[in-house]
Design a protein around this ligand. Structure first.
Ligand SMILES: NC(=O)c1ccc[n+]([C@@H]2O[C@H](COP(=O)([O-])OP(=O)(O)OC[C@H]3O[C@@H](n4cnc5c(N)ncnc54)[C@H](O)[C@@H]3O)[C@@H](O)[C@H]2O)c1
Length: 385
């Protein structure tokens, strides 16, 4: 597949948003002057930056500032929260995103303080140019969401392998610090709980597309660790079911987004399987805090960390909680995995992180409870209606 740069905001439907229109008209004079497409959506607000020796930084991330930071996938749900936090810490942030599942609306808070490049991580030259300009890279761009992965396995596999390899390879070649976003899906359908970072991975057949995501992310981890043996400074963060404001209401990647949307519309809440499967939901502020600690603490280098809340809840209990806090008249509708994802789909019954490594090395422990996080998410959701 040839490298491709997505340039037209209209393709992603972003023009419905007032700021996007403004960006297109006022921040992109290059577009009218024929400058290379991948630069079209960069704004010109780059600030002078100072180099900071990260080896002097404690895990207190607030003590670092003024680094040039690249966030791939920064217009996505987690990425945009990370960007907001980095901007508030006075870093100089560039986002590379193809807006396939992300949105410029997610970046409204930080829009005037960042550079935005609409392009794909599949494009080696764009990746290399942006990595050159950065001191640290947070790689979050990925094809995500079980629905997406099952429906578009080829596209997500290429993004999650070839695209990731471009970013990881560039960071090695240019000697840039890398934080690699990975996933609890890495562990597959293991029954060993809690899941510790060095545990065996237990996966199903390659005929089941779902395991392609786990496998691709594992290849990224292997690649990053192989490069680490050749000098790459990398930390891996494995996220466990993050939730919070900016979850895509279509719910392509989040059971919470699906259930909240349905509860607010007083529609039946759809549960796949029998609802006794469990997950540990992590509020996005905690997801970002864990990511930053892994980035700015030298003791995190060369290691993977579970970044998650270890409070376990069944999907049935989650649905009941959501019905309660939304005062919804909805009831529950059970849908078989086969109906939803087709024949042969396999789910993981439980997914609980062992949080000791993150606690011991990074001093990180998730602090936001599920009900508090749901309250905050609902407040945001209602404000967008
Ligand atoms: N949300 C979770 O609970 C969760 C759990 C485990 C891991 N993760 C990982 O966290 C990261 C962020 O996920 P998210 O939940 O915020 O999803 P998201 O879809 O909101 O973010 C992914 C971003 O990457 C962008 N993107 C996709 N393909 C791209 C490409 N080829 N080039 C450039 N940009 C591209 C999308 O437009 C989007 O903005 C991903 O790496 C994902 O695998 C998330």
């Amino acid at each position: 597949m040839s490298a491709r740069v997505v340039v037209d905001l209209a393709i992603s439907g972003e023009l419905a948003n007032g700021w996007d229109q403004h960006q297109r008209q006022d921040c992109c004079p290059e577009e009218r002057s024929g400058i290379e497409p991948s630069r079209r959506h960069e704004n010109t607000l780059r600030r002078e930056t100072r180099r900071l020796d990260t080896s002097l930084c404690s895990p207190q991330v607030a003590s670092t500032s003024n680094m040039r930071v690249l966030v791939t996938g920064g217009a996505g749900y987690i990425g945009s929260h990370l960007v907001d936090r980095l901007v508030s810490l006075k870093h100089d942030v560039t986002v590379l995103d193809d807006l396939s599942t992300g949105s410029l609306t997610n970046l409204q808070t930080s829009r005037d303080a960042i550079s935005f490049v609409e392009g794909t991580i599949i494009d080696e030259s764009v990746v290399e140019r942006l990595v050159t300009e950065a001191e640290i890279v947070f790689h979050l761009a990925a094809g995500v969401g079980v629905g997406n992965i099952v429906q578009r396995p080829l596209e997500t596999m290429i993004t999650n392998t070839r695209g990731a390899e471009n970013v990881i390879g560039a960071c090695h070649k240019l000697e840039r610090r890398l934080v690699l976003a990975s996933t609890s899906e890495i562990y597959g359908k293991t029954s060993k709980m809690p899941m510790s970072e060095d545990d065996d991975r237990v996966l199903g057949s390659t005929a089941v597309p779902r395991w392609g995501y786990s496998t691709a992310k594992a290849i990224d981890e292997h690649l990053a660790l192989a490069y680490a043996a050749h000098g790459l400074r990398v930390s891996i963060v494995r996220y466990f079911n993050s939730f919070g404001p900016r979850l895509d209401p279509r719910g392509y990647g989040s059971v919470i987004a699906n259930l909240v949307r349905q509860a607010l519309a007083n529609e039946p809440l759809t549960i796949h399987g029998d609802g006794t499967q469990t997950r540990c939901f992590t509020y996005v502020d905690d997801t970002v805090e864990g990511t930053l600690r892994a980035a700015f603490d030298q003791r995190a280098e060369g290691l993977a960390f579970n970044i998650g809340n270890d409070h376990e809840v069944s999907i049935n209990d989650l649905a009941a909680l959501i019905i309660g806090i939304t005062n919804s008249a909805s009831d529950i509708r059970y849908v078989t995995y086969e109906e939803r994802y087709g024949k042969g789909f396999e789910d993981t019954r439980r997914r609980v992180p062992d949080i000791r490594r993150a606690e011991e090395r990074l001093g990180f422990k998730a602090t936001v409870t599920l009900s508090d996080g749901l309250d905050r998410t609902l407040r945001w959701w209602r404000s967008t209606l």
